[in-house]
Design a protein around this ligand. Structure first.
Ligand code: R5P
Length: 267
């Protein structure tokens, strides 16, 4: 079906305005809005849309959030911090959404931050189909950090039980990745790095550099969410990767595309 018409404007002071342009009285409304950049504007716009739908007597509003922003702030790691992923859940619920659909949450437990039905869906079937179609030889699936081992193991299992390797990463500051060493054998192999998101590209590029140093013959990167904050494009297009495989949970403008990029549809 076609997208419903909607007016979206910004006032001189930066405030957002939204008006749904058709009657939605008694309808099941699906609002599709990733928390892409600028993340706060997209989030606020989603809340305003939900509120507008509720006040227009929609029967039920489902927030379809292909990329759930602030998901990395899912717990306190130091004193006097916010758990922003929970705050976002509260805002979405309070604004009137009856149900949420989101894809590849950074932490699956975020589902539990909501007291309304939550459908957590995955980009992996689409990415795995693509990888399988390439029939890559001597595959090893690599998790770029210890936190991603379960995800990488699930990928390896689906790729004919390919072996697994893990990169031991220590992060010293926000958005700065430091890679220490590889656990597992990657020499002469086709390494497939698997992550939920690529933000600045630091994690995946440092991982690829290390895999090359350890003798990997080819390196592929896969991630559901192409956040691509600077300097991701420079890092990802610097010749470290045969391909960088992502999905379209976040719309990618032309200036964020490069020759090694493959964008798969999860529609
Ligand atoms: C970390 O736990 C995440 O799964 C990603 O590895 C990380 O957020 C990617 O960020 P960046 O691309 O900036 O290194």
């Amino acid at each position: 079906m076609d997208l419903g018409p909607m007016i979206r404007k910004r006032f001189a002071d930066g405030e957002l305005y939204v008006q749904i342009q058709e009657s939605i009285r008694g309808c099941d409304v699906y609002l599709i809005q990733p928390s892409c950049q600028p993340v706060n504007d997209h989030l606020m716009e989603l809340l305003i849309m939900i509120d507008a739908c509720r006040r227009a007597s929609a029967r039920q509003v489902t927030a379809v959030i292909p990329y759930y922003g602030y998901a990395r702030a899912d717990r306190k790691t130091a004193g006097r911090e916010s758990i922003t992923a929970k705050l976002v859940a509260n805002l979405i619920t309070e604004s009137g959404a009856a149900r949420v659909v989101a894809m590849d949450l950074h932490a699956a437990q975020i589902q539990g931050y909501f007291d309304i039905p939550f459908d957590h869906v995955y980009g992996s079937p689409v990415i795995l189909d693509y990888l399988a179609s390439k029939q890559l030889p001597d595959l090893v699936v690599v998790s770029p950090d210890v936190g991603g081992v379960a995800r990488a193991r699930a990928f390896a299992k689906k790729l004919n039980d390919a072996p697994l390797a893990i990169i031991d990463k220590r992060r010293q500051a926000h958005n700065v990745a430091e890679v220490l060493n590889v656990i597992g054998d990657v020499k002469g192999k086709t390494a497939v790095l698997v992550d939920d998101m690529i933000d600045t590209g630091g994690t995946i590029a440092e991982g690829a550099r290390l895999l090359r140093e350890e003798g990997a013959r080819q390196v592929y990167a896969c991630a559901t969410h192409a956040v691509f904050s600077p300097p991701a494009i420079e890092r990802l297009s610097s010749g470290l990767f045969e391909e960088v495989i992502v999905t379209n949970t976040i719309p990618l403008p032309e200036d964020k595309r490069f020759p090694q990029l493959v964008v798969l549809s999860v529609a």
